[in-house]
Design a protein around this ligand. Structure first.
Ligand code: SF4
Length: 364
């Protein structure tokens, strides 16, 4: 790679990235403050190609949100509501099964995340997973964020380990990465005061990994956090990955302010989103994959992200509710062929993957 910049600290970072050396917190802060996004993109692209060559991943999946009723009422969330609100809903076990069975036959994954319902017992969730497992024995069930697991522990009186083991026995195969938001305590208290703390999120995830349940990790950025908070968040995730190696992919999630208590804020720009992808790729040297979630980035930026360090653009989804409640203008699903075309247009080789990144099909 040729050096395209003159700032000594960035030249130094570039050298160390080329030598496969770990970047420090200070490096991260220098990178996130750098406005030369082409420099960041090229460096992150180099790392992406060192990790996964010219391939770019997607999957065929279906999202299910069992309920939008939630006791947490995070201030950035436009999806949740109270029990008596007119838009409140909670699926019965039969409705959850019908929703799963109505998904296209070629899905390989169910992605299940929901609100923290005030009355439903833990057994409701266990029974749903058992029913889905029986109805779709070959589908990977990725269900319940670390925040939901922490809540199940609270409502059932069971330890986090017991909750996870029970869900694993019922049919859960892995955990999604939501609920991490931003780990900085002060910011977390302002944006989601009723939610599991950062320590709890990390501990639940650690326990899941030790039980053999892989998971994803996320960051919600572009609200009231500082750029330093973002780097500290990445470093905490990197440290846990060093310890457990249980994360599959990292997904930077840009904040969508519409219909939230932060509706006066502007959502992050496309340049900021590309920068966040690149910095995540550079800092998380122990992650194989960085995902540009097309629903939140928008398909065009997700596509460009494949040249800024991302190697995954997520899946067909079938029906997205959470980001659309916050005003997302993207479609609620995408056809598999569109994902394939998006990847091919960037000169990458599309790879349909399962949740664990096993290759389902290469589209060369
Ligand atoms: S982000 Fe999750 S936990 Fe927070 S209010 Fe929304 S549904 Fe509930």
């Amino acid at each position: 790679m040729e050096t395209t910049i003159e700032k000594p600290n960035l030249i130094n970072i570039q050298k160390r990235v080329l030598n496969n050396e770990r970047l420090t917190r200070e490096d991260g802060i220098n990178l996130i403050n750098c406005n030369d996004i082409l420099f960041l993109g090229n460096l992150a692209k180099y790392v992406k190609e060192r990790k996964t060559g010219n391939q770019a991943y997607f999957n065929v999946n279906r999202h299910i949100n069992l309920t939008n009723i939630c006791v947490s009422r995070c201030k950035f969330c436009a999806f949740s509501c109270n029990k008596n609100d007119s838009n409140a809903y909670t699926m019965t076990i039969e409705e959850a099964a019908e929703t799963a069975l109505s998904a296209p036959k070629n899905i390989t994954e169910l992605h299940i995340v929901s609100g923290l319902h005030p009355d439903k017992p833990f057994n409701y969730y266990v029974d749903i997973i058992k029913t889905l497992r029986k109805a779709l024995p070959h589908i990977h069930i990725k269900a319940f964020t670390a925040v939901e697991i922490d809540y199940f522990s609270k409502i059932s009186g069971l330890s986090v380990k017991k909750v996870l083991q029970t869900l694993k026995n019922a049919g859960v195969d892995s955990l999604p990465g939501g609920g991490a938001e931003i780990f900085n305590t002060k910011v977390r208290k302002q944006i989601c005061p009723n939610k599991a703390t950062a320590e709890k999120w990390l501990n639940v995830t650690r326990t899941a990994h030790k039980l053999g349940l892989k998971s994803n990790a996320t960051i919600l950025y572009g609200h009231i956090e500082t750029l330093e908070d973002r780097i500290d968040h990445l470093i905490k995730i990197r440290e846990l990955q060093d310890e457990t190696n249980g994360f599959l992919t990292f997904i930077p999630l840009p904040f969508h302010p519409q219909n939230t208590e932060f509706s006066h804020l502007k959502k992050p720009t496309s340049a900021e989103n590309l920068k966040m992808i690149a910095v995540s790729r550079l800092m998380l040297d122990n992650f194989n994959h960085i995902k540009a979630y097309w629903i939140m980035m928008g398909p065009k930026v997700a596509q460009l992200s494949l040249d800024f360090g991302a190697d995954d653009i997520d899946g067909t989804i079938t029906e997205e509710k959470i980001t659309h409640a916050a005003g997302a203008q993207t479609d609620k699903f995408i056809e598999k062929n569109e994902l394939i075309e998006m990847i091919k247009e960037m000169g990458r080789v599309p790879v349909e993957r399962d949740t664990l990144y096993n290759v389902v099909r290469l589209y060369e």
